[in-house]
Design a protein around this ligand. Structure first.
Ligand SMILES: [Zn+2]
Length: 302
């Protein structure tokens, strides 16, 4: 019932934008995302859940800039972060994660290949020297993880288990439904951040760090693109997993997209892992990415 309601909302949105070319629609995606994803929060409120979607961050092929869309107008661009020992997450000091095996195979890669890349990316973040990120992998016991996926009526489960869920590779239509028409043609990966809300439905900041408290995060990858290992095109899987997991660990986008007039090519400055567009293989954390990460995690009580 609830899923159907959400779906008819999407259907209406798709209809409204039916005259636009995919490129045009994608260019207006912040509005589209807000309109479509606000319905997620209506559904969560209706179900009596104490979480709301707080931020959506996605990375694109690089010809257009990916975005960060916030769902709290009064605290526009307020950060989101985990609370150490948050009683609402069971009081743990670590950050748990799991990887969905049901949607784990990608267009061009086997389940074993994608999971090796996921493992590498998590280990890369865990290995950063300035912090001891307490990442703890939970055993996947065969469920088709994904709350947003469930809300979109494309499988998944109506709840969450790990703090960070690598929810796998979904068909392009999932991205059109959740991020707006045409998104499937440009979005490579997306991270949905859900925050805890109080009885009034307001995002909370119980540790007073000036950031909304994260309840859980879900990461999805777009199977409309071909994926590879160690190649710029097909898309290097470890690079995108590393980028999205950066969002999973509270890091935002960094750098601006420029078009070079003389050759018409796009580039980011400074180039970094957390650029909102894919600029080729980047399997290591350096420079600005490291600084951003350390500013967030160096003080974690571990
Ligand atoms: Zn991103």
């Amino acid at each position: 019932m609830r899923i159907n309601k959400w779906f008819s909302f999407f259907a209406a949105t798709l209809l409204i934008c039916g005259l636009m070319t995919p490129g045009q629609a994608f260019g207006q995606s912040e509005k589209e995302i807000r309109r479509t994803m606000d319905s997620v929060n209506d559904q969560l409120a209706f179900m009596g859940e104490n979480v709301r979607l707080a931020v959506v961050e996605y990375v694109t092929t690089g010809k257009k800039e990916g975005q960060t869309v916030y769902f709290d107008d009064r605290a526009k661009q307020m950060g989101t972060h985990w609370v150490p020992g948050d009683p609402r997450r069971g009081g743990y000091l670590d950050i748990s994660w799991l990887s969905d095996q049901v949607d784990g195979a990608a267009n061009g890669l086997s389940l074993a290949e994608t999971q090796a890349a996921v493992g590498n990316a998590l280990a890369t973040w865990e290995g950063v020297k300035c912090s001891t990120i307490p990442l703890a992998q939970l055993a996947d016991f065969g469920m088709d993880w994904g709350y947003v996926q469930w809300l979109a009526g494309m499988g998944g489960i109506g709840g969450w288990y790990a703090d960070i869920t690598q929810a796998g590779w979904l068909p392009g239509v999932f991205f059109d439904l959740t991020l707006g028409p045409g998104a499937s043609g440009g979005v490579l990966g997306v991270t949905f951040t859900f925050g805890w809300v109080d009885a009034a439905g307001e995002f909370t900041d119980i540790d007073g760090d000036g950031k909304h408290d994260v309840a859980f995060r879900e990461i999805y990858y777009n199977n409309a693109f071909p994926w590879g290992i160690g190649t710029s095109n097909p898309i290097d899987v470890e690079t995108i997993v590393l980028h999205e997991t950066g969002h999973g660990l509270s890091q935002g986008h960094f750098g601006k997209l420029f078009k070079t007039d003389k050759n018409g090519k796009f580039h980011f400055a400074p180039r970094s892992l957390m650029n909102a567009g894919y600029t080729g293989i980047q399997q290591h954390i350096t420079g600005t990415d490291m600084a951003g990460h350390c500013s967030i995690w160096a003080s974690w009580p571990w």
